[in-house]
Design a protein around this ligand. Structure first.
Ligand SMILES: Cc1cc2nc3c(=O)[nH]c(=O)nc-3n(C[C@H](O)[C@H](O)[C@H](O)COP(=O)(O)OP(=O)(O)OC[C@H]3O[C@@H](n4cnc5c(N)ncnc54)[C@H](O)[C@@H]3O)c2cc1C
Length: 586
């Protein structure tokens, strides 16, 4: 199957729906959004050769050397990149600053350019979801789905998979000397080192080696590469993938007990507003996988959301569902930065042509070195309630018992929005509160599907978050101090002016950034929960039939780790739920 059908090949002309639909544009399932989750779902559903799936993705395929090379594909801040970027609304709690919103426009979504870190999160967090009433979402329920997708190359244990299509591995060695120094500093502060960040029995407070989704020859392994390789896309006759195609609206049959999602309208991504849409119909279900920003956007455009908001934008209300676009969460990051030897940072590539060429050759010949993007080889997880004034964490509990609310990422690069000076090397700690109480919103800017939604990240709008960040920054400063004492050459560059709460708060508000972990904007919870839900435990949208969501938007709360492995788990589980539902019906 080619990956770049034109919308006209896969759907009916929406102008002539009545005559065209029975002959053209009819599928068992329609998946909207071929990103991280969408590729997994399309792959799993078409394992059954009798099942037809249409996967619609607004971005292109971009199967190029640049997009396979981890460093080059991750350079989303530069040049032409398959992503859209726009500004959030001003953040009141961050001195009115606006932050960049960035989402992928490419088959494979954010997994085509993210940092490739593979972390599942702690069993305790999923068990907490179960305690909150989410049936089927305890860690015991979910572990099989993590295992199913995984091929863990560097780690083993009953909880790891070895036969899944999605490999993860450790880098062979530490590629910057700041990493072993960070490990030593953490150990000096009483934080134990673990080489398996995903071990359920591992320490919750830890300095953990982080695996990445990378092939043995140094290529990025996105969900597009892993789940939709040519062996699948060329063999599965009933899998239709249509790229460069924007879904503008979900269609509903109304008049029954509740609205039934029946089809979708779509256009070429680069078309004019006057272009007539095409239409495809789903015999079984439509699954939205557009990510935590665009999934609520598409639902709102389709008439599912808070009634007042829809009416204000002249959109016919299909289902009054106030949870849509509420509770957007992210891991806000505060960065402290040090000047370090240039050669021990990614900046060496920018400042020295010789080093850049050497590294590039190393990558071409051996698939090793800085072009494999070893940006975060270890990370430090902590619990704020266990951090005393001297920043000493207590370390007894395992991931099964509890989950961290702080991550400190050591990064051999400058990570603020301040332009980097290429003649200087920088090292950063990004300090992240992993269990934020604050949340923001995704709303319509206009009823035009091409207008980016209005995104309020809502950082620090609830009490408690900034206190956690303060503790994280203090811990990071203690780690930096210890690295220096242990002999790593570091000079303060951008760190708080002092240690008082006031000085830290000024610094934090001035320096917060997003870590692009958008989540929970269509959370899985009861419709009228205190924080209203959008999908039930089977990922079905409340109050409408035959419509599910499978992506980062459904997490009841943002998972206290990096999100791609949990997103893939959600897609795996969704595929199973669909298979069960429809095998029972048939
Ligand atoms: C820069 C960056 C670095 C990150 N680093 C890491 C990391 O190292 N490790 C980690 O675990 N997580 C990381 N994350 C987070 C993680 O990658 C994402 O949370 C996850 O991939 C999101 O998956 P998703 O399926 O929900 O959405 P996406 O992967 O964003 O997929 C959504 C897809 O839907 C498509 N789409 C949207 N609207 C429409 C429409 N109307 N019609 C058709 N198609 C549409 C988009 O083009 C996109 O391809 C990072 C994220 C970013 C942005």
């Amino acid at each position: 199957m080619p990956l770049q059908h034109h919308p006209a090949d896969v759907g009916a002309d929406a102008q002539f729906l009545d005559t065209n639909v029975p002959r053209k544009g009819l599928y068992d399932y329609i998946i909207v959004g071929g990103g991280t989750a969408g590729c997994v779902l399309a792959s799993r559903l078409t394992e059954d050769p009798t099942i037809s799936v249409l996967l619609l993705e607004r971005g292109g395929v971009h199967d190029t050397f640049t997009m396979r090379c981890p460093l080059l594909s991750a350079s989303y801040a530069q040049g032409k990149h398959p992503s859209v970027r726009w500004n959030s609304t001003p953040l009141t709690a961050a001195n009115g600053r606006v932050l960049e919103i960035l989402t992928g426009t490419v088959l494979g979504g954010a997994s085509r350019f993210n940092a490739m870190l593979y972390t599942r999160g702690s069993p305790a967090q999923y068990d907490e979801w179960r305690r909150q009433g989410r049936v089927g979402w305890s860690y015991a329920d979910l572990e099989p789905y993590f295992i199913k997708s995984e091929n863990a190359v560097s780690t083993s244990g009953y909880y790891h998979g070895s036969e899944g299509p999605w490999s993860n591995r450790h880098f062979d060695e530490f590629l910057f000397s700041s990493f072993p120094h960070a490990v030593k500093a953490a150990q000096d502060l009483g934080i134990s080192y673990t080489d398996d960040a995903n071990a359920p029995e591992g320490p919750c407070v830890s300095c953990a080696k982080i695996p990445v989704t990378l092939t043995s020859d140094g290529k990025r392994l996105s969900t597009f590469d892993a789940f939709l390789p040519p062996s699948i896309t060329t063999q599965r006759q009933r899998l239709t993938i249509c790229t460069d195609t924007l879904v503008t609206k979900i269609d509903f049959d109304v008049g029954g007990v509740q609205p039934v999602a029946s089809g979708v309208f779509f256009k070429p991504y680069e078309s004019t507003p006057k272009q007539q849409p095409f239409y495809a119909r789903a015999k079984k279900e439509i699954i939205v996988c557009c990510g935590a920003i665009e999934t609520p956007h598409l639902l709102l455009l389709s008439g599912i959301g808070a009634k007042d908001h829809l009416t204000k934008h002249g959109i016919k209300v299909i289902k009054d569902l106030p949870g849509v676009g509420r509770n957007l969460q992210d891991h806000v990051g505060t960065t402290i930065t040090y000047k370090v030897p240039l050669s021990d940072t990614f900046h060496a590539l920018e400042s020295s042509l010789t080093r850049a060429l050497t590294e590039f050759l190393n990558y071409l010949i051996r698939g090793r070195g800085l072009f494999t993007y070893p940006t975060l080889q270890v990370s430090i997880f902590a619990k704020s309630d266990k951090l005393g004034d001297n920043a000493k964490p207590s370390v007894e509990e395992t991931n099964r018992e509890t989950f961290p609310d702080i991550e400190i990422m050591p990064i051999p690069h400058e990570c603020t929005y301040v332009a980097s000076q290429t003649s200087q090397g920088f090292f950063s700690f990004i300090c992240v509160p992993l269990q934020p109480k604050s949340s923001g919103t995704v709303e319509l800017f206009s009823h035009n599907p091409r207008a980016n939604p209005k995104v309020d990240l809502g950082f620090f709008t609830r009490e408690g978050d900034i206190e956690v960040v303060r503790k994280a920054v203090r811990l990071a400063m203690a780690l930096g101090e210890r690295m220096r004492t242990n002999g790593y050459q570091m000079e303060n560059h951008l760190i708080p002016a002092g240690d008082s709460d006031e000085q830290l708060d000024v610094f934090i508000r001035q320096n917060v950034r997003t870590t692009y972990h958008y989540a929970s904007s269509c959370r899985m919870a009861q419709e009228h929960d205190t924080v209203p839900g959008v999908v039930d435990d089977e990922l079905r949208v409340h109050g409408v039939s035959r419509l599910r969501i499978a992506d980062a938007s459904i997490f009841p709360d943002v998972v206290a780790t990096h999100l791609q492995a949990p997103v893939v788990m959600v897609a795996e589980k969704c595929a199973d739920m669909l298979k069960k539902t429809w095998s029972a019906t048939n």
